[in-house]
Ligand binder design. Structure first.
Ligand code: CMP
Length: 175
C-alpha cells in the first residue's frame, strides 16, 4: 500500500508509526474526552466515573489520512480505538477490510508480545483513543467487561479470516 502522509498538520514524525506520537499530541479537554468516550460502543454501559478512569489511562490523538498507524512486523506498544475516521487493514493474506468508528486494533501485540500482525493505514483523518502498553492491562483489570467485548470481536475476526481464506482456496468471492 502506498502511503501518502500529509505534512500540513502532522502531529507525528513522518517516518514513525503513529503510536510513537508524544503523549497528548492533540489532547481535548477533560469533558470533551468523556464525550468522545461516550460514543464508543466498547464502553457502552460505563458510568461517568468509569469513563473518567478510561480517560485517565488513555490519550486522544488526531492522525492525518495516509499515516501508517501500525506497520506489520514492527514492535507494537499501543492499543487504538477509532473515535472518528476509517482505517484500512492489510494482513499477510491481503488487504481490503476497513475499520470504522468504535472499532479497535493493536490489541494482538499487547496480548502476546509479538510484532504487529497487520499494517493499519489511515484512509481518512482519524481521531484515535490510544492506550499504551503500561496502561492496557490496568484498564482490563479495572474493567473486565472490556475483556469479554474484545474477545468477542477477536473471535469474529478469526471467523471472518477463516471464511476469507476458505474462499481464496476454493476460488470463490470472499464476501
Ligand atoms: P496488532 O497485531 O497488535 O497490530 C495490527 C492490528 O491489526 C492487530 O493487532 C489487530 O488489531 C488488527 N488486525 C489484524 N488482523 C486483522 C483482521 N483480519 N481483521 C481486522 N483487524 C485485524
Amino acid at each position: 500500500m502506498e502511503l501518502d502522509p500529509r505534512t500540513d498538520r502532522l502531529p507525528f514524525n513522518e517516518s514513525d508509526e503513529a503510536e510513537q506520537a508524544p503523549a497528548g499530541a492533540t489532547e481535548p479537554s477533560g469533558d470533551a474526552r468523556i464525550r468522545h468516550l461516550q460514543r464508543v460502543p466498547l464502553f457502552s454501559g460505563f458510568n461517568e466515573k468509569e469513563l473518567r478512569r478510561v480517560a485517565e489511562l488513555a490519550r486522544i490523538v488526531d492522525v492525518p489520512a495516509g499515516t501508517a498507524v501500525t506497520q506489520i512486523g514492527e514492535p507494537g506498544n499501543s492499543f487504538f480505538i477509532i473515535i472518528d475516521g476509517t482505517v484500512a487493514v492489510r494482513t499477510p493474506v491481503g488487504g481490503g477490510s476497513q475499520l470504522q468508528p468504535g472499532d479497535f486494533f493493536g490489541e494482538m501485540s499487547l496480548l502476546d508480545g509479538e510484532p504487529r500482525s497487520a499494517t493499519i493505514a489511515a484512509v481518512t483523518d482519524l481521531r484515535l483513543l490510544i492506550v499504551d502498553r503500561s496502561h492496557f492491562w490496568r484498564l482490563l483489570d479495572e474493567a473486565p467487561d472490556l475483556i469479554k467485548r474484545i474477545l468477542t470481536i477477536l473471535s469474529r475476526r478469526v471467523r471472518h479470516l477463516e471464511q476469507t481464506i476458505n474462499a481464496m482456496l476454493h476460488g470463490a468471492n470472499p464476501t
